[in-house]
Design a protein around this ligand. Structure first.
Ligand SMILES: C=C1C[C@]23C[C@H]1CC[C@H]2[C@]1(C)CCC[C@@](C)(C(=O)O)[C@H]1[C@@H]3C(=O)O
Ligand SMILES: O=C(O)CCC(=O)C(=O)O
Ligand SMILES: [Fe+2]
Length: 385
């Protein structure tokens, strides 16, 4: 059934508002088929990436700095200067760093992974209760079947919209789960509401660190993101019998502002730095933090939003949580004046709103390494009509 449904793949991802195809991506069935003793069946062509984008071998680890967040927040002058120096260096080069002593409860993390297992191992009809609708950034997507017609990622995702409860007077994650999936998922919704709230607190602390590292008021970016409208995404990468042919997540820069990622035991995240793919090994005590396109625009290009991807493997499934910090949709994204003179004195990007940029990625353009540039051109062309 999986082969058939993948084979009956609908149109390309474009403006013609194709509904999300109800067909499913059932990795277990696909793997069984390719395991079959008398026929070495390949993974469907839609999942095979072009040669120049296939995973590379002998990838070395990236030396991303480990930042002691509690040390920075303690106010100790040495720890503050160490943290800001390391963050500034990394953010100017590739935009990736790790944070430890982050204050996120490890039992919350383990509960979140337990609920993730139960969801992604459930039958397709259960998962499809949360089915993502076309153009929306929340809900369940099985390898974006129906959204793209080639270079499909070997993953299933479940994404939630999040706004801090004290700002929007509601529990957006918990409400989504109970509305779309039913009351029997109450505890499921509760744990991800709690996780998203913890990510919100952590991201605002990191915004203070980033502001300080840029030499501007600590509170500048913290205040800008206090009423954020973010996305929490669960990435589930099933084991794959031909990992050398496909990708879990294709090469891209995050269009969002800041990504806080937790890798669960299995490696797979790779960053393109110094003209080669480099891996970020899992560290259960740390979160991987990376600058996104929107924050790169907020720093007028001083901090880099960097190309990265996720590879899969034949031994084990891989799970990650990605919290994408995004500003309130209607806020104007423009750098503070103190940051405009630093590079060329010119503005690197036009003013824009996150809601327009998000719509661009959901309805018009599949995020890759050129998303912000293509979006800037798209904005200019729209204005010229
Ligand atoms: C705003 C977003 C779009 C994506 C999820 C968040 C931030 C990262 C984006 C994404 C992961 C980049 C690679 C392509 C993509 C389609 C994916 O593989 O999931 C992107 C997400 C999306 O458009 O759903
Ligand atoms: O799962 C990973 O390791 C990376 C995922 C990612 O880059 C993303 O979801 O934007
Ligand atoms: Fe990403």
């Amino acid at each position: 059934m999986a082969m058939k449904c993948i084979a009956t793949f609908p149109q390309r991802f474009n403006d013609n508002k194709t509904k999300e195809d109800p067909s499913i991506f059932d990795a277990n069935l696909l793997n069984q088929l390719s395991n079959h003793h008398y026929k070495k069946m390949h993974i469907p062509q839609e999942f095979v990436w072009p040669d120049h984008e296939k995973p590379s071998t002998d990838v070395q680890p990236l030396q991303a700095p480990l930042i002691d967040l509690a040390g920075f927040l303690s106010g100790d002058s040495f720890l503050v200067s160490e943290a800001t120096r390391l963050v500034s260096e990394a953010s100017k080069k590739h935009g990736f760093f790790l944070v430890t002593n982050h204050g996120v409860d490890e039992t919350l993390l383990s509960r979140a992974y337990l609920f993730m297992d139960s969801f992604f191992k459930a039958p397709a009809c259960e998962k499809q209760k949360a089915q993502r609708t076309w153009g929306e950034s929340s809900g369940y997507a099985s390898s974006f079947v129906g959204r793209f017609s080639s270079k499909l990622p070997w993953k299933e995702t479940l994404s939630f919209k999040f706004s801090p409860q004290e700002k929007c007077q509601s529990q957006t994650v918990k409400d989504f789960v109970s509305n779309k999936m039913g009351v029997e998922y109450q505890n499921f919704g509760k744990v991800y509401q709690e996780y998203a709230e913890a990510m919100n607190i952590l991201s605002l602390k990191i915004m203070e660190l980033l502001g300080k590292s840029l030499g501007i008021e600590r509170r500048h970016f913290r205040e800008f993101f206090e009423d954020n409208e973010s996305i929490l995404r669960l990435n589930y990468y099933p084991q794959c019998n031909q990992p050398e042919l496909t990708l879990g997540t294709g090469p891209h820069c995050d269009p969002t502002s800041l990504t806080i990622l937790h890798q669960h035991q299995v490696a797979g995240l790779q960053v393109f730095v110094d003209n080669k793919w480099q891996s970020i090994p899992p560290n259960p005590q740390a979160f991987v933090v990376n600058i996104g396109d929107t924050f790169m625009a907020l720093t007028n290009g001083i901090y880099q939003s960097c190309l990265h991807r996720a590879v899969v493997n034949r031994e084990r499934e891989r799970k990650t949580f990605a919290f994408f910090l995004c500003p309130k949709g209607d806020k104007i994204v423009k750098p503070p004046k103190e940051l405009v003179g630093v590079m060329s004195g010119e503005r690197e990007y036009p003013d824009f709103t996150w809601s327009m940029f998000l719509e661009f990625t959901q309805k018009h353009y599949r995020s890759d390494m050129n998303t912000l540039e293509e979006f800037s051109n798209w904005l200019k062309n729209r204005k010229s009509f």
